[in-house]
Design a protein around this ligand. Structure first.
Ligand code: AMP
Ligand code: MG
Length: 527
């Protein structure tokens, strides 16, 4: 395995001079050097073939002991210098001070096919940023991160990736629901991959400490490597940078709303400076379309990170990023222009995304039909909430509606998506009838054929997503030592938009047993 190591973060930015692995506040440094903990009995359970190719590692090499050792923390690749990043953040809206990579250790950066990739182990032991925790990860959360990262990538959602999922042989104590019932679980390590793991919080920490010199150094570094088209190192460049981070974050959340993904912990330390979905913890997938749903039990009371609130939270986080950048921009007006453009840009992109999901073209009608289309979207959302309706099944089946159909025929096509058909009573029924009257009229003004529309809709409405209970089944099996379902789901989710008749069983509503089960509808940060 010959990796083209091209480290930059730990070469170009200031390191914490202290080398001991003790928990502490780290100042005037972007990271601390740290060595992964050697696992007692590492075993690779699953590897992403796509990610292997991206990194130029052959399937043969992936079977080697070297691969296993490097990507579980048992050995360090020659001439690399692993480190944990220093960052801060707002957690659930409150300033939390220094956080940092408490259980992530960056191994190295690789350049392959002109793409830069940072590789990072999650769960490979404590770092100076571990605070009171152990730096470890358990198998259940690692399966969820590994499968979901790759599934999101194949859905076309900007995301960090996952190269490998391994168990360490170490037992890890966790109290899953924070209710005084701790138990041992299998420890695991995921090797995450992204061009960079810099978060909003990496900038916030320098602002909080009034360390403008390092704030500027980190922003210059980020622009140089990841926004290279932005030239210069002055105010103009930083405003442009701020605008582009805002736009990328906005695009990311539009994708989440499109596929029904709920992140669960959108703290500023979990916001990538590259607009990637990062830190798969207590995330979940909408089953019934419910904007108020959050998978995270820690967030159950305030529901700050509920599905329908995600776009506002992105804006809130972008405001915090603005505060962090302010010392090197010092131009409130220019920054407000960026912030003020968020809502309008969101409204537009969201509108077009929803029309795409509904199979309605908007290029020519854009100027004339916006109001009526907005109403159609609003009414649809109201109906989807009035009777528990599976989001994925609804939109996928909607593509089978034909222009010549009657309301009743169209409703027949989508009613499989209803969880409790008995709720389809008079008022709900009447509203759906009214909606389909409007929708069918609108379809009849479309130039595209039913068949063409279906192809387009099926390219934005996935057939298969990592439903909460599916990940939980893979976890339950893995706990018993059976890892087959991990690969089965991974293979399935590589082609989320394709019909896969042999996998039709996964195109189904959440089974009843999963409605209120821990791990399916209720997740905690305890991972
Ligand atoms: P999260 O909510 O997972 O994004 O984590 C928030 C902060 O807690 C980050 O600084 C993490 O590195 C840290 N953290 C989470 N779990 C652990 C753990 N098991 N050991 C050490 N630090 C952790
Ligand atoms: Mg985090």
């Amino acid at each position: 395995m010959n990796l083209n190591i091209q480290d930059t973060f730990n070469k170009e930015l200031p390191a914490d001079p202290i080398k001991e692995n003790t928990r502490r506040q780290v100042e005037e440094a972007a990271y601390s050097f740290v060595t992964p903990r050697v696992p007692s009995a590492p075993k690779v359970l699953h590897i992403s073939e796509e990610m292997l190719k991206e990194l130029g590692i052959t399937a043969e090499e992936a079977k080697s002991d070297l691969f296993k050792n490097i990507f579980t923390g048992a050995a360090i690749y020659p001439d690399t210098h692993p480190y944990a990043m220093c960052y801060a953040g707002h957690q659930f809206g409150n300033w939390a001070g220094q956080l940092g990579d408490g259980r992530a250790i960056n191994l190295m950066e690789i350049v392959y096919n002109n793409n830069r990739w940072a590789l990072q182990l999650k769960g490979a032991g404590a770092t100076p940023y571990s605070r009171t925790a152990d730096g470890l990860a358990v198998l259940r959360s690692s399966i969820r991160e590994h499968l979901c990262s790759e599934a999101m990538y194949h859905l076309g959602v900007p995301t960090t990736r996952s190269l490998s999922l391994s168990i360490t042989g170490v037992q890890v104590m966790r109290d899953i629901m924070y209710n005084g019932n701790p138990a041992y679980e299998k420890g695991a390590v995921v090797c995450r991959v992204a061009p960079s793991f810099i978060r909003f919080g990496n900038l916030q920490i320098f602002m909080a400490r009034k360390d403008t010199k390092n704030l500027k150094a980190l922003v210059d570094y980020t622009i140089k490597h990841f926004y290279p088209h932005i030239k210069g190192t002055g105010k103009e460049a930083y405003i442009q940078f701020y605008k582009e981070v805002m736009e990328r974050s906005l695009d990311m959340v539009i994708h989440w709303q499109r596929v029904g993904f709920v992140h669960g912990v959108m703290n500023t330390d979990n916001m990538s400076i590259l607009g990637l979905t990062i830190d798969y913890g207590p995330y979940g997938w909408l089953e019934g379309y419910d904007p108020d749903w959050t998978p995270n039990t820690t967030d159950a009371s305030g529901k700050r990170y509920r599905f329908g609130n995600q776009p506002s939270i992105v804006l809130w986080n972008v405001v915090q990023l603005g505060n962090a950048l302010y010392p090197i921009i010092e131009d409130v007006d220019a920054m407000e222009v960026v912030l003020n453009s968020f809502n309008e840009a969101f409204a537009k992109k969201y509108h077009f995304m929803m029309l795409d999901k509904m199979g309605l073209s908007f290029d020519k009608l854009r100027m004339t039909n916006t109001k009526a289309d907005s109403q159609l979207i609003l009414d649809l959302q109201k109906n989807l909430r009035a009777i528990e309706t599976d989001m994925t099944i609804f939109f996928r089946n909607l593509a089978n509606v034909k222009r010549v159909m009657s309301n009743n025929e169209a409703i027949d096509i989508i009613k499989d998506a209803f969880y409790t058909p008995s709720d389809f009573d008079s008022e709900v029924k009447e509203n759906w009838h009214q909606w389909f009257t409007q929708y069918l009229q609108r379809l009849n003004r479309e130039k595209q054929s039913d068949a063409d529309r279906k192809v387009k809709m099926n390219s934005v409405n996935p057939k298969y997503v990592l439903r909460n209970y599916m990940a939980q089944l893979a976890i339950d099996n893995a706990d018993k030592g059976d890892y087959k379902l991990i690969d089965e789901l991974y293979q399935l989710l590589k082609k989320p938009y394709d019909e896969q008749p042999e996998h039709e069983q996964w195109f189904a509503k959440r089974p009843d047993w999963a409605r209120n089960k821990v791990g399916c509808s209720m997740l905690s940060c305890s991972s």
